[in-house]
Design a protein around this ligand. Structure first.
Ligand SMILES: Cc1cc2nc3c(=O)[nH]c(=O)nc-3n(C[C@H](O)[C@H](O)[C@H](O)COP(=O)(O)O)c2cc1C
Length: 236
């Protein structure tokens, strides 16, 4: 039998469908006295301090295969949002950096409309972070610096892929990979001009922490005109 999706996290196998929902709703850690219920998202003058704390936890907990993964949403000319996963490669008070092909769908959308949002979900920690802001291209020397750290095959892959364009057959891509492998034989692979990074400069950052009874903790930070941050709590 296909398990009901409403069962949510930590669904335990239950052969009686009528009981399945209540089993999950009554998880034993769902107590008003439990740690998750009592803990809070502390008021912190700088959301990057809090982000760095949570991010470090995600990177070191050893239970998250890809802690750098974040959903990036951009919008097309009809206002249709397009989500996809990219990897966070740098975070600082300036913003959140990812790398991509500048001919890709996302890059074309960002050129037309730089509004972007990011969403992290670190499941074993029961934490989510949402970022809204504007994406800007990073400087060429920053992109060169990061490109140089990539594995040679990935550098060649960046040349070979015309990301998001229609591919007639897989062999075409393989041939392009071979072509650039030969072209750069015996020398460093330069960064293609059509490959760089974007920095999402946040105007708001929201932190979410699971708590029992769906009474989750939420705190949103909003950037002020003087660049300082103000935060408040949100209903879950
Ligand atoms: C775990 C994971 C990490 C990814 N990291 C990146 C990335 O850092 N940059 C990127 O351009 N695409 C990355 N991708 C691929 C994108 O999700 C997406 O398929 C691709 O960028 C094309 O998106 P677009 O057509 O909307 O531009 C990643 C996919 C996954 C599943």
């Amino acid at each position: 039998m296909v398990p009901r999706i409403t069962a949510g996290r930590a669904a335990r196998p239950d052969t009686d469908p009528s009981r399945r929902h209540s089993v999950v709703e009554n998880q034993s850690d769902d107590e008003p006295t439990s740690k998750a219920f009592k803990m809070s998202i502390p008021e912190n003058p700088d959301p990057f301090n809090l982000f760095n704390e949570w991010f470090a936890e995600a990177r070191t907990c050893g239970q998250i295969a890809e802690p750098l993964a974040m959903t990036l949403a951009t919008v097309d000319e009809r206002g249709m949002p397009w989500p996809r996963i990219v990897l966070l490669k740098e975070v600082s008070e300036r913003g959140f950096v990812f790398f991509t092909n500048l001919g890709s769908k996302k890059a074309r959308q960002l050129r037309a409309n730089p509004k972007a949002s990011l969403c992290f979900y670190w499941m074993p920690l029961d934490k989510q972070v949402r970022v809204l802001g504007q994406a800007e291209l990073i400087a060429n020397d920053e992109a060169d610096g990061y490109f140089a750290t990539r594995e040679r095959e990935s550098q060649i892959g960046a040349w070979a892929s015309r990301q998001s364009e229609r591919l007639a057959a897989r062999e075409d891509l393989e041939q392009r990979f071979e072509k650039y492998t030969k072209e750069f034989e015996g020398r460093d692979v330069p960064r293609p001009e059509f490959w760089s990074g974007y920095r999402v400069v946040p105007e708001s950052i929201e932190f979410w922490l699971r708590a029992p009874f769906r009474l989750h903790h939420r705190r949103v930070y909003q950037r002020q005109a003087d660049r300082s941050w103000v935060s408040h709590l949100l209903h879950p």
